[in-house]
Design a binder for this molecule. Structure first.
Ligand code: GLY
Length: 384
């Protein structure tokens, strides 16, 4: 992309990626308009808030692990800056994460994950069930072993969204509560945004970061981003019930993953189902049943908790589970989407990459594998 010192930036989407990028760009002097009918109300509102590159690592996804490890390292600085800029807490939690396994198949899978991480030079600490319970007494007797991963953190997603909105407003971001329909071009370069209602927005640069809804906004993204539904529950300890864990607990229960992320005030977010059923955000009976059944095996005390909320969000899935971050063309188009299960985790590194792209500077090394141009090149047969 042609380098411009500053100018008019339109940000399409007010989830964690759009809010983080808008705040960063406005702080760097860009005149930012963020278009979203209800910022912070989509997948980012539903997120559990795990910042867990290691405990969510999957063999074969080494580029994603490297990107996540880079971003989790940026989180403390990002949160401290945001706390100060917003005048309210960003919601970072630094107690760490434990992984728990129930059956022998689950333990074998954790052993394979630990061995894989060791081969990559990221050793984890293996623990017996008893050692796990010493760390987190809320973990029940069905858990036979696990791992401690102190570097995997968590964030209260709703505190974070409020802080990002406040910091964006203070930095001068204009929030327009309407939907973008598509990126507008003129003479082979981006000229602004056509909106579903109201006048078009003129811009020198448009950043598409509309999560699961990104594909419709520019032909470059057509067919690349798909919705992946996730259901979560919000629980709160009632008087007399066993205290929740302090760390995030991620678990395998008879092969099914489940997690519980602590919140202030003895709350827990329990997640998450995963299903590809289009743009469907209804919570299902089966989803709630599965989450409750599995989390009760790991944290038996939750049976006495209040069930406050059940919600569903749409993760933006990409063809290879890596996000699409970059300037794939035409001139003036930036994209930061396809963050799938990792939007919260990858917000700091993505916002830093967006700022680098705006300045015409190289993106952080870990972001290079996520260059959005990899799909554009594959489509046009240039084989980049
Ligand atoms: N990052 C956890 C999830 O997407 O469920």
């Amino acid at each position: 992309m042609t380098s411009t010192t500053t100018g008019r930036l339109a940000v399409l989407g007010g989830g964690v990626i759009g809010l983080s990028s808008a705040w960063r760009a406005a702080s760097a002097g860009w005149q930012v308009t963020l278009l979203d009918p209800a910022p912070g109300s989509g997948a980012s509102w539903v997120a559990g808030g795990m910042l867990a590159p290691v405990t969510e690592a999957w063999p074969g996804e080494e580029d994603l692990l490297a990107l996540g490890v880079d971003s989790v390292g940026r989180w403390p600085g990002f949160a401290a800056e945001l706390d100060a800029a917003a005048g309210r807490p960003a919601g970072l939690r630094t107690e760490g994460t434990v992984v728990a396994a129930t059956g022998s198949g689950d333990r074998a899978e954790l052993d394979a994950l630990a061995a894989h991480l060791e081969r990559l030079g990221r050793p984890t600490e293996r623990l017996s069930g008893r050692e796990l319970r010493r760390l987190e007494p809320a973990i029940g007797p069905d858990v036979r072993g696990g791992l401690s991963v102190p570097g995997d953190l968590a964030v209260d997603n709703r505190m974070l969204l409020a802080a990002l909105r406040a910091a964006g407003e203070k930095a001068g971001v204009t929030f327009e509560a309407r939907s973008a329909r598509r990126v507008r071009e003129d003479g082979g370069r981006v000229a602004g945004v056509c909106c579903a209602e109201g006048p078009d927005v003129d811009a020198d640069v448009v950043l598409v970061c509309a999560g699961a809804y990104s594909s419709a906004l520019h032909p470059t993204l057509e067919g690349l981003i798909r919705p992946v539904k996730g259901e979560i529950l919000r629980l709160a300890r009632r008087t007399g019930a066993f205290p929740p864990p302090r760390r995030t607990v991620r678990a395998l229960v008879d092969g099914r993953p489940v997690y519980a992320v602590p919140r202030d005030g003895d709350g827990l977010v329990v997640g998450a189902t995963q299903a590809e059923t289009g743009f469907d955000t209804e919570v299902t009976v089966a989803g709630v049943r599965d989450l409750l059944r599995d989390i009760e095996r790991v944290l038996p005390g939750v049976a006495e908790y209040a069930l406050l909320e059940a919600a569903a969000g749409l993760r933006p899935g990409s063809p290879d589970n890596l996000p699409l971050i970059g300037a794939p063309g035409p001139d003036g188009l930036l994209v930061a989407t396809g963050h799938h299960r990792n939007g919260m985790l990858l917000a700091p590194v993505t916002a830093d990459a967006v700022l680098a792209l705006l300045r015409g500077e190289p993106v952080p090394e870990s972001v290079r594998a996520a260059d959005a141009a990899r799909f554009v090149a594959a489509r046009s047969g240039t084989g980049r």
